[in-house]
Design a protein around this ligand. Structure first.
Ligand SMILES: Cc1cc2nc3c(=O)[nH]c(=O)nc-3n(C[C@H](O)[C@H](O)[C@H](O)COP(=O)(O)OP(=O)(O)OC[C@H]3O[C@@H](n4cnc5c(N)ncnc54)[C@H](O)[C@@H]3O)c2cc1C
Length: 470
């Protein structure tokens, strides 16, 4: 098989618009958001329908050519970066196929941009709650393939919790139509949950039936300064116990995260006169127009002030103030880029152990990397912390980043000892394949290998990602 033969076979199915093979046009498909990985590929295939995806897979399977599915390429673990073979980009599959207001579902092509699905649901009077900072460019297929989390998991769950059915192309090119819009279906193995979260290693998602929810009609957003981590968890339990389901987001910023986001992002302003060790952004929402969430949030904050759990707080008075508070949180990753090299961790531990984890891991990394600036932040209400480490002010970037794997192991050992996860929401991709082998049990790794070998016997779907077969 030559590259010309492959190109000709794919062009015969996709037309010239459906195949990219010149080096400069391929470039954006070969690297990723953080510029940590650069890949190679024979070409990029851009099918426009499920049938075309199936044809591409059949052509590649016949020739033993690996396929790397790619959505918006916003993933943070190198999962969509190819090591040869064909990049299969879903970007031309953007149709909202159906919207059923009675069933409260929306059926979409995998290449739909997440923000476009939110808009379509909104225009129909509903909410599609999956929400993350990359929503303007990530695709629903990528969200489901990585089981994305984001800022509303507390109330609505992870991406996989928002799905009733999927359609996928399997490794032999057969189409599995599992687009069932059922809220109850106990008819054997739940195959959609096998494919979701498998990061393109078990099947290529081409469509999905997603759940919609009633739109929030009232919303209150508060930003708080707190004296320490125990207070953060204390505030979380107070607001969760009093607001119940209305608690939609509970996000945390450390002192460094707050300093970076206010220093480097032009319109971000610290709402307080003095600095605090910790910050929380919390949001309550309700679909019931009469719910008095303002009183609810004020009552929680008053009690928290009296007990010294909260030191200062502001409540957004309008949508632009709310957006300004959210920008403080959402621009932390961007702000951190201005502070040089950063060693990242996307971990989860039980909420009851978050404060203990941050305290213990901080002490250890400060000893290992004197002068390191811990810029931890994240979805603390889910027990998910982005425990990111910015280089010391005078450090050499490359030398600091050379410590990435050593420090990851130290931190992930602490996570493992607390029954936690070394990848809470970003997935495994290329970056954490060795962690899967190291931290999961032999039984779990065996089951993962058995499933991969059964569904992709030629190992052509995103080989080398998620599970090492050797
Ligand atoms: C600024 C920023 C903020 C982020 N915030 C969050 C966050 O809060 N929560 C979170 O979970 N993630 C977050 N991410 C990570 C990323 O946005 C998510 O992982 C997202 O779900 C990836 O979607 P994508 O379309 O870009 O997928 P890609 O990056 O293109 O692919 C990701 C993986 O899925 C596979 N894949 C893609 N499409 C398909 C398909 N149709 N079928 C099968 N496999 C497929 C790829 O092969 C790859 O392994 C953030 C990223 C950025 C840049």
């Amino acid at each position: 098989m030559t590259q010309d033969d492959l190109k000709a076979a794919l062009e015969a199915v996709l037309g010239p618009k459906g195949v990219i093979s010149d080096a400069s046009s391929m470039e954006p498909y070969l690297t990723e958001e953080r510029g940590r990985y650069w890949g190679t590929a024979a070409l990029v295939a851009r099918p426009a329908s499920t049938e075309e995806v199936a044809e591409v897979v059949r052509i590649c399977a016949e020739r033993d050519v690996p396929i790397v599915p790619q959505g918006g390429n916003t993933g943070l673990v190198g999962g969509a970066v190819p090591d040869g073979g064909v990049v299969l980009s879903l970007g031309r599959m953007k149709t909202i196929r159906a919207l059923d207001p009675v069933n409260q579902t929306i059926t979409v092509d995998a290449g739909c941009i997440l923000a476009d699905i939110q808009t379509a649901a909104d225009e129909a009077g509903f909410l599609f709650p999956l929400s993350l900072a990359a929503e303007g460019s990530c695709q629903i297929g990528g969200n489901l393939a990585t089981n994305a989390g984001g800022v509303q998991v507390l109330r609505y769950g992870n991406a996989r919790d928002l799905v009733l059915g999927i359609e996928a192309v399997m490794a032999d090119g057969r189409i599995w139509n599992g687009l069932r819009g059922l809220r109850k279906d106990n008819t054997g193995y739940d195959l959609k949950h096998l494919i979701m979260g498998s990061e393109g290693t078990l099947g290529i998602i081409t469509g999905a039936v997603l759940k919609m929810f009633p739109k929030p009609r009232v919303r209150e957003t508060a930003f708080c300064g707190l004296p320490g981590l125990d207070a953060v968890i204390g505030l979380f339990t107070r607001v969760r116990d009093s607001a119940g389901d209305a608690l939609t987001a509970f996000e945390y910023l450390s002192a460094h995260a707050m300093a970076f986001t206010t220093q480097h992002i032009p319109d971000n302003r610290d709402p307080f006169d003095s600095r605090h060790p910790c910050y929380v952004l919390m949001e309550l929402t309700s679909p019931r127009a009469g719910d008095d969430l303002r009183s609810a949030i004020e009552t929680v904050l008053e009690g928290a002030f009296e007990d010294g759990v909260v030191s200062d707080a502001v409540i957004a008075e309008n949508e632009s103030q709310r957006q300004a508070l959210w920008n403080l949180r959402e621009s932390v990753p961007e702000a951190q880029k201005h502070e040089g090299g950063s060693i990242k961790h996307d971990i989860a531990v039980p909420v009851s152990l978050v404060a203990e984890f941050i305290t213990e891991a901080s002490a250890v990394v400060e000893k290992e990397l004197p002068g390191v600036r811990i810029c931890d932040f994240g979805h603390i209400g889910d027990g998910n912390i982005h425990f990111n480490l910015s280089q010391p002010l005078d450090a050499d970037r490359a030398t600091f980043l050379g410590e990435w794997e050593r420090i990851n192991h130290i931190v992930h050992d602490i996570v493992a000892a607390k029954g936690g996860s070394f990848s809470a929401e970003h997935g495994v991709g290329k970056m954490k394949v060795s962690d899967v082998i190291h931290y999961k049990s032999v039984v779990e790794v065996d089951m993962m290998r058995t499933i991969k070998r059964a569904l992709d016997p030629k190992n052509i779907l995103n080989p080398g990602k998620v599970i090492d077969l050797n």
